[in-house]
Design a protein around this ligand. Sequence first.
Ligand SMILES: [Zn+2]
Ligand SMILES: [Zn+2]
Length: 350
Amino acid sequence: MKKQGLVKLTKSGLYCERGDFYIDPWLPVKKAVLTHAHADHTYRGNQDYLVPEEGKRLSRIRLGDEARISTQKYGAAADINGVKVSFHPAGHVLGSAQVRVEYKGEIWVISGDYKLMPDATCTAFEPVKCHHFITEATFGLPIYRWQPTEFIFEEINDWWRRNREKEKVSVIFAYSLGKSQRIMNGIDRTIGRIFTHGAVERLTQAYRESGVDLPETKYVGAVENRKEFAGSLIVAPPSSHGSTWLRKFGVYSTGFASGWMIVRGARRRKAVDRGFVLSDHADWTELQTAIRGAEAETVYVTHGFIPELVRWLNENDINAKPLKTQYVGDENEEGDVLKDEFAKQEVETE
Ligand SMILES: [Zn+2]
Ligand SMILES: [Zn+2]
């Protein structure tokens, strides 16, 4: 039996009419169910929010003190006007969830952003079977395949150690929510001290309060004697790259941690000394694993390489359709801004 129509795309975002709620809406609505706290999924101005309990501190930072936020744990179910709504781990960042929506036996899963690669700063992705699966396709091309995370952390550790030996500061650019904390958790914290940009520090504190194991950090703005920075690691958002803020560190080397760093042109364009291929999104293989795991009769593809992934799925006997949302790239997110320019260039081969 074909079941469809429970969730549809409207000008405000994905809408469940039967339950009268939206998932990650981008225009103000009455009831918003959110997958995670990245800026392009968590917009302000909605009347009521339902967010995963595990990410409530991050949602609060994004939405402000006034927002009316209810939380719900992974696996628990809410009844919204007769529709069953539950969150399931997406493995993307702390408190990220796939939203499962069920009504009269029809099941939809809106996966938001997700990854299958292990990440100690958040709960691992959990496959959820459904009739209709909505997937992202940020890295939906075969050229995007990640190496095991341990290799990447070895690279970052080596880079930091060598800089330290040369009395250089190491400045790593990473998205302030998720990537920054994943780096801090995974690097060798015995190498030296870690300082943070203000945007990173605030979210890092929220991670700590949520029980994530992170090394001690110090906010750059609280440092009076610049000699303290010698040999340290500075974790800063990509937007601080090229700013005068960096001058206080004296002699430094720069690195950028992002999935896009797999593409040579992206690294050159970003003008960083080192690119570290570390992503919080599924790579080509992970997308396939997640999509197959959902066992859906229809897969809707959104965000990123939509036609490419849709074509591949249909050629491989998975019924897939494009879902064009009004998606706006955000610098807090995994460099969607870079995508169009660099995605189809050659893969880094060094
Ligand atoms: Zn995200
Ligand atoms: Zn996103």
